[in-house]
Design a protein around this ligand. Structure first.
Ligand SMILES: Cc1ncc(COP(=O)(O)O)c(C=O)c1O
Length: 442
């Protein structure tokens, strides 16, 4: 803390300092999300003050009722005692395939649509197969900024990765930047999230086309992480079978795996169920080097009966029925899942204005020539301050976030704010705290 030591801050500075010391964290600004969660919990407990908590990306809305009902019915029918099929129950596979057709306008066989224990497991299983299919291709390329846990998964698996921050390589510039990596021949997979966690940038059709065409040219598998499916609220992506559709690299290459989470779009994070969809071409493709790890050289077979089998023998039986019920309702046009989560975009719009009105700047702010969407996350900075210091300083003002430095971003001045936990009743507090911060620092 700098000059705020002599200024009264919204949260008792002595308690914040004490808790920072006790946390043992060398730099709180470099702490993981869960470490910040713990620290803020402790400060809240001791001071009795409520923070504006923007550090963790958890859904802040109730789960879709149709999912809960589907799950309860399945439990009543006795599924809890039975092992589910590893590749997923038929009704769910059918609805995933329909969902992808209805909302991305892509055809993927039911067989190639698999439930996973959250997208988190979907990514882990994909790394286990996609990154080991060719002895010469042993490195993942992350188009950053990104979700830090996927890099942790690489470390746990002993896999290599390279990364670059896409901030300066939007639009046409993306092609040359990607080729810089792909020409070396060691890249197995490319992973990005779209909309992006943490920056909320959304790739344009032009960018997705570049990525897709290069994937085909260099035989790279694209892992497209659609954790925030249909949540670019600038367009209405909610109508089944009607354009506009969720943009996807799947339009431009056959070398892809889609990871679709139910956590945010369906507020279903607690049930740990996600979807993995492997393109028809890739599912049936053979890679002799897979035999080093799996019984067969077939990509899809190795995924199901090699990777997913050995990780968890499939996905919770009742959750599969819950997800199937939500997807069916969405596919049939009976349930507008996007409408349910639009609230995030509305909150973001109001909160971003509060920040910019009080001297802060939005860090990632454009998709090529279009202003960024308002959604689950936004990024911000304060002139003259490094992100790591800004994060620490904001703790004295009852505001928590995470540093972009932990996400592979080169915008070290930036922080990520997640809007999901902030209720409108807290807006007044947020505005007041930002105002005070600005008065103390400008
Ligand atoms: C980009 C991204 N990918 C994957 C996940 C994990 O999703 P799931 O809850 O389905 O495991 C998250 C969750 O925050 C995320 O932000």
């Amino acid at each position: 803390m700098n000059d705020t030591t002599i200024k009264k801050t919204p949260i008792d500075a002595c308690v914040v300092q004490k808790k920072l010391r006790e946390s043992g964290l060398e730099k709180v600004g470099m702490a993981s999300i869960r470490e910040i969660v713990r620290l803020v919990n402790e400060i809240e407990n001791e001071t009795g003050e409520k923070y504006v908590r923007m550090e963790m990306g958890v859904p802040g809305l109730p789960p879709a009722q149709v999912g809960i009902e589907g799950e309860i019915e399945a439990l009543k029918n006795g599924v809890a005692s039975k092992y589910p099929m590893i590749e997923g129950v038929d009704i769910l596979k059918k609805e995933i395939s329909r969902f992808i057709k209805n909302f991305i306008n892509i055809d993927i066989d039911e067989k190639n649509c698999l439930p996973t224990v959250g997208s988190m497991q979907g990514a882990f299983a994909s790394f286990l197969v996609a990154c080991r299919r060719d002895v010469n291709k042993d490195t993942t390329l992350f188009i950053d900024p990104g979700f830090p846990v996927q890099k942790m998964q690489h470390k746990v698996l002993g896999l290599k990765y390279e990364t670059f921050d896409v901030y300066n390589y939007r639009g046409d510039k993306l092609k040359a930047k990607l080729e810089e990596y792909l020409e070396k021949g060691n890249i197995s997979t490319i992973l990005y999230s779209n909309p992006n966690n943490p920056s909320w940038i959304c790739f344009t059709e032009k960018e997705l086309q570049i990525i897709g065409e290069l994937a085909t040219k260099y035989d790279i598998i694209i892992m497209e992480d659609l954790a925030y499916f249909a949540m670019d609220f600038r367009k209405d992506l909610s109508k089944p079978g009607e354009a506009p559709y969720q943009p996807s690299v799947a339009k431009y290459t056959d070398n892809f795996i889609l990871l679709i989470s139910s956590s945010k779009s369906f507020s279903y994070a607690g049930q740990r169920i996600g979807m993995m969809a492997i393109s028809n071409g890739l599912f049936n493709k053979r890679f002799p080097d897979l035999k080093r790890f799996y019984k067969t050289d077939e990509f899809g077979y190795s995924m199901v009966y090699g990777a997913i089998y050995s990780l968890s023998s499939g996905t919770s039986h009742s959750a599969q029925y819950g997800l199937a019920a939500m997807l069916k309702a969405a596919n049939d046009g009976d349930f507008n899942f996007v409408e349910d989560v639009k609230e995030y975009g509305e909150r973001a719009k109001i909160m971003k204005k509060m920040f910019t009105d009080n001297g802060f700047r939005i860090v990632y702010d454009m998709d090529e020539d279009e202003p960024l969407a308002d959604g689950f996350y936004f990024t911000f900075s304060y002139p003259g301050m490094d992100g790591v210091d800004l994060l620490e300083e904001l703790l004295y003002y009852g505001i928590s976030a995470i540093s972009l430095s932990t996400t592979g971003s080169e915008r070290h001045e930036g922080l990520r704010a997640c809007v999901s936990q902030i209720h409108r009743s807290q807006f007044e507090d947020l505005e007041q705290r930002l105002k005070e911060f600005n008065e103390h620092h400008s």
